[in-house]
Design a protein around this ligand. Structure first.
Ligand SMILES: O=c1ccn([C@@H]2O[C@H](COP(=O)(O)OP(=O)(O)O[C@H]3O[C@H](CO)[C@@H](O)[C@H](O)[C@H]3O)[C@@H](O)[C@H]2O)c(=O)[nH]1
Length: 457
């Protein structure tokens, strides 16, 4: 009998990257593959601290960590500083870690490295060590297809080669069924910080060369949802939507502890009544915008479940409008982190007010919940175009003349959304389609099986 395959998984240190890779790690470990999940030390500590029971995680997959080069108190929200440090130290630490594993036990040798597509350097380390490589893309195929086209778009005079900005007013149209990219829908677009935009763009460009070094490219999507984009990407295997809900208890993929009282609260609400509001792990609102959001969901008068992370406003702690907490005590629930998949799967939920991060997009699509879109940065604007224009399962919010989303706009759009039967029916259809894709014979199911077989060879 051959050796049991041993896969090393390395995510970019952000919630929206660790979460899908951790779900994927659990799925492949269910198929007899040994998995070691390598985070930065900083993220590893966060994940373990967020678990109700540490041992639960350790029994299923190996959790390991390496330094990211920054000290314990240093600011990891400074993206430039963090990225610079990662590039300087992590390749060396990863190589050392892999050599140690390989030298410790012949039966445990690493047979494959699965790295976040934003961590091209990890694929390069594996390539130099002669180990099989798989890239995992945590965002959607549309954004990835754009990244694959960067050299051609520069050559065609459409993109600036330094910062990836559009050189003229022409929209970028990769294929008929892929929403066009305008300047504010480019995933690297960052008008408030030109240096950061340059760095993100250069990384996207560089990562594509590393992805081209890999044997496979996995993504958390469904072929039928975006076949035009998938067809433009070599060796892509869409295996989504990745769902932890059904076969995991607590999995070590959260940076914050889940508030488990959400579900018993939802149990008490009428079917199809609740507005679920969550902005993922990175979005930060100004105090003014936060107030408008609070007053907007209050104005609707429906029950709501609102995730307010401890770092959600750009002051320190969020300050609620005067009297808000008392007025909504009866029908509102505010938590700092929710079991999002379970919430979206609950029959009481009517709609999802979301920042349109790719994972949240897949969560909502997989559960058939209509979206109210409030994109904030990177790929989220383009994801909104998929949700509203291509799949027609949601509505967008329009800012006022000062660039804010007003409470009245929020109230108006939520009311339009919950009474829109066409959007509801479309969301149900996509839910069915995604269910079929992960069931026996479906496209994601088959891609996953192919992948597992390749891993075992
Ligand atoms: O209360 C909550 C809120 C979120 N989640 C989970 O947290 C993840 C959030 O991921 P995502 O929706 O993608 O948002 P971000 O954390 O903002 O993700 C970043 O990374 C994504 C993948 O690259 C990008 O698509 C986003 O734009 C980028 O902001 C998802 O798995 C959610 O299920 C919870 O479990 N509980």
């Amino acid at each position: 009998m051959g050796r049991r395959p041993h896969v090393l998984i390395i995510p970019f240190p952000a919630q929206g990257h660790v979460a899908p890779l951790m779900k994927f790690a659990y799925q492949i470990s269910d198929h007899g593959i040994k998995v070691t999940f390598v985070n930065s030390d900083f993220i590893h500590e966060k994940l373990v601290a967020a678990l109700p029971d540490e041992d639960e995680a350790r029994s299923r997959i190996g959790l390991a960590s390496i330094p990211d080069g920054l000290g314990p108190g240093e600011d990891r929200k400074d993206s430039l500083k963090l990225t610079d440090s990662i590039f300087r130290v992590m390749p060396g630490h990863l190589k050392e870690f892999m050599e140690k594993v390989n030298n410790s036990n012949d039966d445990e040798k690493i047979t494959c490295v699965i790295a976040d597509s934003a961590f091209g350097w990890a694929l390069e380390v594996a390539d130099k060590m002669g180990i099989k490589r798989v890239a995992f893309c945590p965002f959607g195929p549309g954004s990835l297809a754009l990244a694959f086209h960067i050299p051609r778009l520069i050559e065609a005079g459409l993109l600036n080669s330094t910062d990836g900005s559009l050189l003229n007013d022409e929209l970028i149209c990769l294929a008929k069924d892929i929403p066009a990219f305008s300047s504010n829908r480019l995933p690297w677009s960052c008008p408030s910080d030109p240096t950061l935009q340059e760095v993100i763009f250069r990384l996207a460009f560089k990562d594509i060369s590393a992805i081209n070094l890999s044997n496979w490219l996995i993504c958390n999507s469904v072929y039928e949802l975006d076949s035009s984009a998938c067809d433009l990407i070599p060796n892509i295997l869409p295996i989504g939507p990745l769902i932890a809900n059904n076969h995991l208890g607590h999995y070590p993929g959260n940076f914050w502890p889940e508030d488990s009282t959400c579900i018993s609260w939802l149990d008490k609400q009428p079917a199809g009544s609740v507005i679920y509001v969550a902005f993922g792990s990175l979005a930060i609102l100004s105090q003014h915008q936060f107030n408008e959001l609070a007053l907007g969901i209050e104005l609707v008068g429906r029950p709501f479940l609102w995730v307010v992370r401890s770092d959600f406003t750009n002051g320190s702690d969020a300050e609620y409008p005067d009297g808000f907490i008392e007025r909504v005590a009866e029908n509102g629930k505010i938590v700092s982190w929710a079991p999002q998949e379970k919430v979206l799967a609950h029959p009481s939920v009517a709609c999802f007010l979301s920042h349109c991060g790719w994972n949240s997009t897949m969560d909502g699509i997989g559960m058939g919940v209509p979206f109210l879109c409030w994109p904030y940065v990177v790929d989220q604007f383009h994801n909104q175009s998929y949700i509203c224009d291509k799949w027609k399962v949601g509505l967008g919010l329009n800012p006022d003349e000062n660039g804010f989303i007003s409470r009245h706009e929020i109230k108006k759009k939520i009311e339009m959304l919950v009474s829109d039967d066409v959007i509801k029916a479309n969301a149900e259809k996509l839910k069915e389609m995604t269910r079929k894709s992960v069931s026996e014979g479906g496209s994601s199911y088959k891609n996953f099986q192919t992948f597992v077989e390749v891993m075992k060879q």
